[in-house]
Design a protein around this ligand. Structure first.
Ligand code: PLP
Length: 399
């Protein structure tokens, strides 16, 4: 294994600080490394494998589709892409879908659409977009410029022009940032990489009204929160409002690369033949996996499982908070949960890993739990027992 890792470090660009594990296969919420050690997976490829690993239904659809047709071009039509777009339109606020391959690309499409929409309406000066501090929208030049985290932007200046950042959860800050050049407000309804930051009561509803009053588009980046992660198909459903544009990716095809930008008809109309494109966007192979993924989420009770186990999980985390002073807050909904620590969280991730549990940490001190949505209470219990042991040691070290 060391051999393999040495090899990797020689030839793979060092954009990730990786843990020294080589995974070979998985099943449901369990991953196995090349030494045969099993890990309970509470990361799910960062909120990607919502149906778990090696889902038999998805594997079958993929194998069948691979034997029929993998790729043509978007110069032509294919059935899986049409079926997926139809499903997404039927189950969301949107009327039109643009397919791409990642979250960054879905957000890029959204940013381009905002600009084109205002140009088409004779207000080309309205190209600026208000985004949030602590946000994460991707690593392309435009999406990193939209991202409200210095560490993501640093070293890549000059940034793409046109993004104005304000504090998350502050409606007045958005109001004050609006100028005659503002065209949209873009945000994650729940910030994921920012540390599972949950919107304050009324915040998103007020932003919706503000956008309506000011003729601004409201763009939701649901790359992480969408496709069932919060117990509903899309996080906006929790708040009784709809965005004008929404970006999806991560879980859309349960691990195959796919992004999508959804929009209302009158907004989407600004994309015409030639205005935007993607070679791989919505290939029959990936689209067939996505159709199977979204149908399984709804038809196999996966959303209900997410809501039930997510509620159970959150209660168990709240119990843990009662016990340890260094737990500041438990946040999130469904299976997008965060444990905000007043101490370092990265060492907890390492200790969990040694004990066979994969968890994630954002912003150095917020433990994030984003398991497959098919996770069961007993798997949550096992993780909680592990965390309790680790926290007990930490509490002993502190005192
Ligand atoms: C992961 C993520 C992205 C970027 O997605 P990529 O597929 O890595 O480009 C964008 N926005 C949010 C909210 C994300 O969680």
């Amino acid at each position: 294994m060391t051999d393999l890792i040495e090899k990797a470090e020689r030839v793979i660009a060092t954009t990730y600080g990786r843990f020294p594990i080589v995974f070979t296969h998985g099943k449901g919420c369990t991953l196995f490394d090349n030494k045969g050690k099993a890990y309970a997976d509470f990361v799910a490829g960062i909120a990607v494998c919502n149906l778990g690993h090696a889902h038999p239904g998805i594997a079958k659809v993929l194998a069948d589709q691979a034997e029929r047709l993998v790729h043509v071009s978007n110069l032509y039509y294919t059935e899986p892409q049409i079926a997926l777009a139809e499903w997404l339109v039927e189950h969301s606020f949107a009327d039109k879908v643009f397919f791409c391959n990642s979250g960054a690309e879905a957000n890029e499409a959204a940013i381009k659409l905002v600009r084109k929409y205002h140009k088409d309406r004779g207000t080309p000066e309205r190209f600026r977009i208000i985004t949030m501090e602590g946000s994460f929208h991707g690593r392309t030049m435009a999406t990193l410029s939209a991202t409200g985290q210095e560490k993501i932007r640093k070293g890549f200046e000059p940034l793409v022009e046109g993004f104005d950042m304000v504090a998350f959860n502050d409606v007045a800050a958005v109001e004050n940032a609006i100028t005659p050049e503002t065209g949209a407000v873009m945000l994650e309804p729940i910030q994921g990489e920012g540390g599972v930051q949950y919107p304050a009561p009324g915040y998103l509803e007020k932003l919706r009204k503000l956008c309506d009053d000011q003729g601004l588009l409201l763009v939701f980046d649901e790359v992480q929160t969408g496709i069932g992660r919060t117990g509903k198909l899309f996080a906006y459903e929790h708040f009784g409002i709809t965005p004008d544009i929404m970006a999806l990716a991560k879980a859309l095809a349960n691990g195959l690369p796919m992004g999508a930008m959804l929009a209302r008809e009158d907004v989407a109309a600004s994309f015409t033949p030639g205005s935007h494109a993607s070679t791989f966007g919505g290939t029959p192979l990936v689209a067939s996996a996505a159709v199977a993924t979204v149908k399984t989420l709804v038809e196999d009770g996966v959303l209900e499982n997410c809501e039930r186990v997510g509620g159970y999980f959150k209660n168990r985390l709240l119990q843990l908070k009662e016990k340890y002073a260094f737990i500041q807050e438990v946040r999130g909904i469904g299976l997008l949960l965060g444990l905000d620590l007043s101490c370092d969280g990265t060492s907890v991730v390492k200790k969990c890993m040694d004990r066979g549990f994969l968890i994630n940490c954002t912003q150095e001190h917020i433990l994030r739990f984003i398991p497959p949505l098919v996770v069961q209470e007993r798997e949550v219990d096992a993780l909680l027992a592990c965390l309790d042991t680790i926290f007990e040691e930490m509490a002993a070290d502190i005192s």
